[in-house]
Write a protein that binds this ligand. Structure first.
Ligand code: EJD
Length: 405
């Protein structure tokens, strides 16, 4: 907890109580200044205001990613897995993998998937709603029943990996996102199983394992054209399996929460399904499933009255920037009438989420299917949080879906 007695710089952003509800800590961090030393960890500074977070994300020359985007500094510590060619690199090394992946996940390429995923959304929702009683109500925990199962149904197929072993994907991602933070109990809990999950994930990245029509095959085709090397291709496939599952699960969890707690927004979305996209982006701003990641100061960087010394880590609070009242009017309000574009929930600058169009399409397909059949989404019981060093997530969200009849 942030109390008036403890200066915000002495609070552990990764403690269980901060993870359970980070909002008071983030408000105090923003009020303390544009950059604040976080003294629980060595050589660490925190940035919580929109203007500075936004500017730093654009300034890849001084706020670099090549030393890792977690607390661990790769110049001094061995990473737990070979670094990502997209996430944990700077130009020029970053650029070829990014240039290859961007069109594979871009709006033009996704047109092919749109009809398929909308049909999958309908099937998925129909199966869930088949269990409604005579009252036309389905009471269900939407985390497993929708937020997890829908991405797991459509995304691995689109990558082109086999069905067997997909249960490794979520625990792999959960550990990966924990491992960006400090080596606390959350990391310790995942550690005994990492080798098993990582072994399976890495094995799915081989050309022979992948179908010949998915995102994975398209990455390998780029290797054949010489745009990346054959050594790079499996690591780029690994990026899809790393960043593409847990993130969308918790993005869907966020938009479902918003719809259940804002019935007027749900009614508007039902009347105009085109609102699904802005609803999803506003939910990403409001909840910020990816709460934080780090940069490393490439040189001494002055920020306000503070000089961040070369080699120090800077913790960028995306969720805090997305609720900074210096930038957003009434930021704690979920509001379908605001323009959420410019939020940093997908990052900003040259590392900005390359999979965001995929995430939006998954959300649109699921929301459209729900909108066609569900008149009201109600909170049936208080949700519970899933603690993760990077993600703001729900473990459970019991809801009542009232069918249109
Ligand atoms: C990520 C914060 C990868 C990879 C890329 C992006 C993430 C994780 C892993 C999404 C980090 O290339 O392996 S939000």
């Amino acid at each position: 907890m942030t109390t008036t007695e403890v200066p915000v710089g002495e609070v552990d952003p990764f403690s269980r109580s901060t993870l359970e509800n980070p909002l008071p800590f983030q408000a105090a961090l923003r009020d303390a200044g544009p950059i604040v030393p976080l003294t629980r960890y060595d050589d660490l500074y925190g940035m919580g205001r929109y203007a500075e977070v936004h500017a730093a994300l654009l300034d890849w020359q001084r706020f670099c990613s090549g030393s890792g985007v977690g607390l661990s500094n790769f110049r001094r510590e061995q990473p737990w897995r070979p670094p990502s060619l997209l996430l944990e690199t700077d130009p020029p090394h970053h650029d070829a993998p990014r240039r290859v992946l961007a069109p594979i996940l871009g709006p033009r390429a996704l047109r092919r998937l749109r009809e398929q995923w909308f049909a999958a959304g309908e099937e998925h929702v129909d199966a869930l709603l088949a269990d409604s009683g005579p009252a036309g109500v389905v009471e269900v925990d939407v985390m497993p029943a929708l937020a997890e199962s829908f991405p797991l149904r459509v995304f691995p197929d689109a990558v082109g990996i086999p069905r067997e072993g997909r249960e490794h994907l979520l625990p792999y991602g959960d550990h990966l996102f924990n491992a960006f933070g400090p080596a606390n109990d959350l990391v310790a809990k995942g550690a005994p199983h990492v080798a098993e999950h990582a072994g399976w994930v890495n094995a799915q990245c081989a050309r022979e394992v992948l179908t010949d029509d998915g995102f994975g095959a398209a990455i390998w085709a780029a290797a054949d054209r010489g745009e990346i090397t054959a050594e790079q291709a499996p690591l780029v496939v690994r990026s899809l399996l790393s960043a593409g599952v847990d993130t969308t699960v918790h993005g869907l969890g966020a938009v479902l929460r918003a719809m259940a707690t804002h019935p007027e927004a749900w009614a508007r979305l039902r009347a105009d399904p085109k609102l699904a996209r802005v609803a999803f982006d506003e939910a990403i701003r409001w909840e910020s499933p990816v709460q934080t990641f780090f940069r490393t100061a490439e040189v001494d960087v002055p920020v306000g009255d503070t000089v961040v010394p070369e080699g120090a880590k800077i913790l960028m609070f995306l969720g805090s920037a997305n609720r900074d009242p210096r930038h957003w009017a009434d930021p704690d309000r979920f509001d379908l009438d605001r323009d959420p574009s410019g939020h940093v929930g997908f990052g900003m600058g040259l590392h900005q989420c390359v999979g965001q169009h995929v995430a939006r399409l998954e959300a649109e397909a699921l929301l459209a299917a729900l909108a066609a059949r569900v008149e009201r989404i109600e909170v049936a019981a208080a949700p519970t949080r899933h603690h993760n060093n990077t993600m703001r997530a729900f473990e459970t969200q019991p809801m009542r879906l009232r069918l249109d009849r």
